[in-house]
Write a protein that binds this ligand. Sequence first.
Ligand code: AMP
Ligand code: ZN
Length: 114
Amino acid sequence: MSDCLFCKMVSGEIKPDVVYEDEHVLAFRDINPQGPVHVLIIPKEHISTLNELEEEHAELMGRMFLTAKKIAEMENMAENGYRTVINCNRHGGQEVYHIHLHVIGGRQMTWPPG
Ligand code: AMP
Ligand code: ZN
C-alpha cells in the first residue's frame, strides 16, 4: 500500500534501522523503544490488522515468530526472556495499520499491561 509507513520500509523508500531481513519479513528497531531492545517484525506483504488474517497467512505468521526467536538470540535476551506483542485496532493500541510483532526485552516486564 503506497500510503503505508511500513510498506515504505519494505520498498526502501524509508530506511529503518534493520536488524534482520529475508524474503518474507523485515525486522527493525522501534523509533520509540520501550526497553533496551525493541524490535518490530513485519511481513513484507501488507496486512492491516490481525482481523484481516486469512488461512493463507498461517505460514507467514509462523515465520514472524521464528524471527522473534532469532532476534532474541541475536540480542542475547533469549535466556532472560522477552515479550512479543501484536496490538489490534483502537482498544489494542494499534497506531500503524500494517501488522507488526513487537519484540521487547532487556529489562523486567510487568503484567498486566496498562
Ligand atoms: P503499534 O502501536 O502497535 O501500532 O506500534 C507502532 C510502533 O511503531 C510504535 O512502537 C512506534 O514507536 C513505531 N514506529 C512508528 N514510526 C516508526 C518509524 N519510522 N521507525 C520505527 N518505528 C516506528
Ligand atoms: Zn503496509
